[in-house]
Ligand binder design. Structure first.
Ligand code: ASP
Length: 222
């Protein structure tokens, strides 16, 4: 059924990815909804598999359907920051908090995902890349231009691909994943506020490109 079992910690900091429209039709963060909504999407949580093989999962642990290319089964745990933070709230204090959380849980997970607002995502990724020295596991910062709860959204793709890449473990550094591309965390910049391909890395190659296959330019670990 699966050949490898991986564990990923998802730190949901905030940003558009988990926002919902309020009564004025404006997107805003809503606490305690992301996990529950994600749980009901079968491509993001295999409830049957969870029941059959992992009956003692915690409430915030989800099971990604087995990736048929790698035969990896990923259990991912979502922790949500209180309050949820917009990009404009992010600064040194918040970067230290994220870094400390990764340090605290480093041994228990194979990879880490930070769900973050797009406006300052590149700054957070860059700061983390200098704070987390000697990293041997992937830390992938991602978000989306459209919330995950909308029918047409880039969020599921960004989130699912990040989960797969974090489980893969081949690029053990701080990265940004967006619109099918994995970038080096300290080489990326936000290029567009209305296109789904929102980020670019003008002076450095992508680390991996996700198409029909995942093409990693660098393979440090198996
Ligand atoms: N205002 C949001 C932010 O936190 C926008 C986004 O996530 O794209 O950056």
């Amino acid at each position: 059924m699966f050949q490898k079992l991986k564990k990923v910690l998802v730190i949901y900091v905030g940003g558009t990815i988990g926002m919902q429209k309020n009564d004025d039709g404006v997107y805003s963060p809503v606490a305690n909804t992301f996990l529950h909504k994600v749980k009901y999407h079968s491509e993001m949580h295999d409830a049957d598999l969870a029941k059959q093989y992992f009956p003692h999962l915690k409430e915030n642990e989800l099971v990604l359907p087995v990736d048929s290319k790698t035969m990896i089964l990923t259990i991912y745990e979502i922790v949500e920051y209180v309050p949820l933070l917009d990009s404009s709230n992010m600064g040194c204090k918040e970067w230290i908090r994220i870094a400390k959380d990764i340090e605290r849980y480093y041994e228990s997970y194979d990879g880490f995902i930070i769900l973050h607002g797009t406006d300052t995502l590149a700054f957070t990724a860059s700061a983390l890349s200098f704070m987390l020295e000697g990293l041997r596991k992937p830390v992938i910062v991602t978000g989306s231009q459209i919330p995950i709860f909308e029918t047409r959204s880039d969020a599921k793709d960004n989130f699912l691909s990040s989960l797969i890449l974090a489980s893969y473990g081949r690029v053990p550094e701080v990265c940004v994943f967006f619109a099918s591309k994995l970038y080096r965390g300290n080489r990326v910049t936000k290029m567009s506020s209305d296109e789904l391909e929102a980020f670019g890395s003008p002076n450095y190659n992508t680390l991996a490109d996700v198409g029909i296959d995942v093409k990693c330019r660098y393979t440090f670990l198996d």
